[in-house]
Design a protein around this ligand. Structure first.
Ligand code: HEM
Ligand SMILES: *[C@@H]1O[C@H](CO)[C@@H](O)[C@H](O)[C@H]1NC(C)=O
Length: 533
């Protein structure tokens, strides 16, 4: 007893010390749970179903102990090496199957989408977002309704209208890098300004705007809650949620995150509503699907797009810039392609994209080399199923293990290496950084376009190399990745040298001439009444 109360005191101290102690706190909670429940080893064993092979689970906690304090990426990769393409394991009593093959993931999640499109319960992350974040919602009428609103502003025809905005924002990024190497601030502004302008007509004019930092902050906690095994442990034992607040500090914490997130989304939603120009908030309000739900929920529909879109675009841009700095010959190859297709007299445009296969391959390879969402977002089944002789019960969590798929040496030889050529040599190669089936990323067209145009222009304009300090090269660790449920390259330094005085002139001239007024740009985007009703 003294042991437990000491432990609890220690937990409380750590909690008040700093949010960074969260991890340690959760380790203690995990040990705490473990010591309580170890007494209960007499629980019924899960029925002996014909499941894919996998590591032996312990009673009560399943395989969770094997994930704590280790990188789940490595643990799961090893499991796949030991047990095959499909691996069963358990979070407590919850059955999960990790799928390490693109074809099997397509078979299940896409072809059998009718029963593979739900999500596991993310109690804490869902609490942090008022239960209104569509990305972690079960397949339901609410999801369908929200999905309809999102699709109407993110399908490929809608996204083609956003080129004017991406054109202007990428020109600003080019001009910013003439006078600074702080590309991190520039790509944050770029990603943030695109989604905030489309969402609410709020353009981020300078890199000093606080919105990108705020978006990162409200994302960090639910991302952690989805990806971090310690949190998932708490979700396994709903009884923990019944503990009084002082023993369950995460409850207060989740409530604080929820309050901040709601405030953030509602504030911007009101601005978008009041704006005189078209934007996603207004489009949602005037849609049929939007008229059926509360304004708080609507604010979350658009807010979720901000949260997901901003961080995804930022993360992938940072990843590609890292790949470029570490692989100068790839930059040289891309520049040869740009010099040939575009020439020295103008910036690359959207019309050039189909004629830039090498840059296309670089983008694909970056997302293959270090998948931004290594486990996608887990799906869940809603009915029993049979596949390749296996029985897959209703309620099974299905993890599309994008990381394992990406590192399959039979499909991607030398998988650790960044080799854009593989996509050129074999045009049949497939991967799916945007997920699968009905839950596939609805923002993939917007993400792809806004990343492609900026990267093509950056490589056209700049040599991008290692940064130097006091004559010494600042090294970059290729595998410095912050892992939550996303795998995000840790910010690093690089140097941007404009490739010629003439290019500098074009960058300055184009920026001078482009229309920077978000209201005018959004007016161009506003659809004809009959198109989006
Ligand atoms: C640019 C790179 C991006 C990557 C690599 C990416 C990746 C993903 C992945 C893997 C999923 C899960 C799919 C599944 O469940 O099978 C997803 C879902 C989602 N993404 Fe993206 N995404 C990107 C950009 C965006 C953008 C720009 C937006 C919004 C503007 C966005 C909004 C969403 C939403 C709302 C979902 C949830 C879908 C659902 O659960 O129904 N994403 N994304
Ligand atoms: C850019 O890189 C190329 C190839 O490495 C080099 O020849 C050229 O001098 C560099 N230009 C500038 C402005 O640094």
């Amino acid at each position: 007893m003294a042991y437990t109360s000491n432990l609890l005191q220690e937990m409380a101290d750590m909690w008040s010390a700093s949010p960074e102690s969260l991890l340690n706190l959760h380790l203690f909670i995990a040990i705490f749970i473990f010591s309580i429940f170890i007494a209960y080893t007499l629980v019924p064993k899960p029925k002996n179903l014909n499941l894919p092979a996998g590591p032996k689970p312990l009673p009560i906690i399943g395989n969770v102990h094997q994930m704590l304090n280790q990188r789940p990426i490595q643990v799961m990769h090893k499991w796949h090496q030991d047990y095959g393409t499909m691996v069963s394991f358990r979070y407590g009593q919850q059955l999960a199957i990790s799928v390490g093959s693109f074809d099997i993931a397509q078979d299940l999640l896409a072809k059998r989408g009718a029963i593979y499109s739900s999500r596991p319960e993310f109690i804490i992350a869902s609490g942090m977002t008022s239960g209104f974040n569509s990305a972690i919602m079960p397949y339901s009428r609410r999801w369908q309704n929200q999905h309809r609103i999102m699709s109407s502003v993110l399908d490929s025809s809608a996204v083609n209208r956003y080129r004017g905005l991406e054109d202007m924002e990428s020109k600003q990024t080019l001009v910013e890098l003439l006078s600074t190497d702080d590309f991190e601030a520039s790509i944050r502004r770029y990603a943030g300004s695109i989604v905030m302008t489309l969402g609410y007509g709020i353009r981020l004019e300078g890199t000093d705007n606080e919105i990108p930092a705020k978006l990162l902050e409200i994302n960090a906690h639910p991302f952690d809650a989805i990806g971090n095994s310690y949190y998932r442990v708490m979700e396994l034992f709903p009884i923990l949620d019944k503990l009084p607040g002082f023993l369950a500090p995460w409850k207060q914490f989740a409530a604080d995150v929820e309050r901040q997130t709601t405030e953030f989304h509602m504030k911007h939603f009101e601005i978008g509503k009041a704006a005189s120009t078209w934007n996603w908030a207004q489009n949602a309000l005037h849609s049929n699907a939007g008229s059926r739900i509360s304004s708080k929920e609507l604010a979350y529909v658009i807010g979720t797009l901000q949260q997901a879109g901003f961080e995804a675009i930022l993360t992938v841009l940072r990843l590609i810039i890292k790949a470029i700095v570490l692989h100068p010959h790839c930059l040289a190859e891309a520049q040869r392609e740009l010099d040939r297709v575009v020439g020295p007299d103008r910036l690359p445009s959207f019309e050039d994209i189909p004629h830039l296969p090498y840059i296309n391959a670089m983008l694909n390879e970056a997302m293959r080399w270090q998948p931004p969402t290594p486990f996608g977002i887990p799906h869940a089944t809603t009915e029993d199923d049979e596949y390749m002789g296996y029985h897959i019960p209703s309620g099974t969590v299905i993890i599309p293990n994008i990381w394992v798929m990406s590192f399959n040496p039979e499909i991607f030889p030398d998988p650790d290496e960044f080799k854009p050529e593989r996509w050129i040599q074999n045009p049949e190669l497939e991967h799916s950084p945007f997920g699968f089936g009905r839950r596939i990323c609805p923002g993939r067209h917007l993400g792809w376009n806004s990343i492609f145009i900026l990267m093509a222009r950056l490589m056209w304009a700049y040599n991008i190399t290692h940064a130097y300090k006091d004559g010494k090269r600042i090294e970059i660790d290729p595998w410095a990745i912050k892992l939550t449920f996303t795998a995000a390259t840790v910010p690093f330094m690089a140097s941007f040298q404009v490739r010629s005085p003439k290019k500098q002139e074009i960058i300055e001239r184009d920026w001078e001439n482009v229309c920077k007024d978000p209201a005018q740009i959004l007016e161009q985007i506003r659809p004809k009444e009959e198109v989006w009703g």
